[in-house]
Design a protein. Structure first.
Length: 280
């Protein structure tokens, strides 16, 4: 039963929901713990930098943040971020769509899974660097990071969505067949709720891998104007502060990319579930 207090939360047996208020202290505790952990490791980093006392080997966090602030004051920084971010997003979206479609096809026609399994197993077992070097020959540097991100995400999405579809309650499917419920309604009421948690978990894992593979492709291919290219040039000219600054930027962008993507998918699911409940 839906809570009428305006919060949109759902509580069983008509009792007012306390989920939102009850989770706030827990979230605050987690945030505080995370901040303390970050400060701890920044302190370790600062201590190691002071012990080494050679900025060409290990800069201090303050020097890295100062370099990041300097980079953020230039248009080239935002151009590189936009170029790399767009490439990762494109590779991820293409892989997620194709992986989900192939999983549906493999669930409907088992021979498809027999054909795809050896290929996807080979993709998962092959080092990313090997694919990147081969891709340099096939497609050049322009779409190299898109290709690398695509390859990292596709097997994860495919196997997870297929597992989710196979976990659909067989008794409910049999009941739907007896009552001649249409395929469209079965997909929305049975298959999608079963597969979506698997899809979401796969995306959570794949998003980080997508960024790592994409940046590695940009570094190896020296894709002009990208974050990977800036990272390589910082290493080439021994600009250690900029090297750490770009690394910090990559970490922050990867976390933001993951948060935005997962929040968007959860909201789409909420909108879908609201529409389904309204239809029912």
């Amino acid at each position: 039963m839906r809570d009428k207090s305006g919060t949109g939360a759902t509580a069983p047996f008509g009792r007012p929901s306390t989920k939102g208020n009850g989770h706030r202290p827990l979230r605050q505790d987690r945030l505080g713990t995370r901040l303390l952990a970050i400060l701890f490791w920044l302190g370790i980093w600062q201590a190691l930098s002071a012990a080494v006392n050679q900025e060409i080997l290990l800069v201090s966090p303050i020097a890295a943040l100062r370099a990041l602030a300097r980079l953020m004051g230039t248009p080239a920084f935002y151009a590189a971020v936009a170029l790399s971010f767009g490439a990762m997003l494109l590779g991820f979206v293409l892989a997620a769509l194709l992986g989900a479609l192939l999983a549906v096809a493999a669930y409907r026609f088992p021979f498809v899974d027999g054909l795809l399994s050896p290929l996807l197993s080979a993709v998962k077992a092959t080092p990313v660097a090997s694919f990147i070097i081969l891709a340099l020959v096939w497609i050049g540097t322009r779409y190299l990071s898109v290709f690398a991100a695509f390859l990292m995400v596709l097997p994860l999405i495919y196997t997870s969505v297929l597992s989710g579809l196979r976990s659909t309650d067989a008794q409910l499917l049999e009941m739907a067949q007896v009552f001649e419920i249409s395929l469209n309604r079965r997909a929305r009421a049975l298959y999608l709720p079963a597969a979506f948690p698997y899809f979401l978990t796969a995306c959570q894992v794949a998003l980080g891998m997508c960024w790592k593979a994409g940046i590695a492709a940009e570094v190896i291919g020296q894709s002009a104007g990208t974050i990977g290219d800036k990272l390589y040039r910082a290493k080439l000219f021994l600009a250690t502060d900029e090297l750490f600054a770009w690394t910090i930027a990559i970490i922050v962008l990867s976390v933001l990319f993951e948060k935005l993507a997962l929040t968007g998918m959860r909201r789409l699911r909420s909108v879908y579930e609201g529409g389904t409940a309204h239809e029912a």
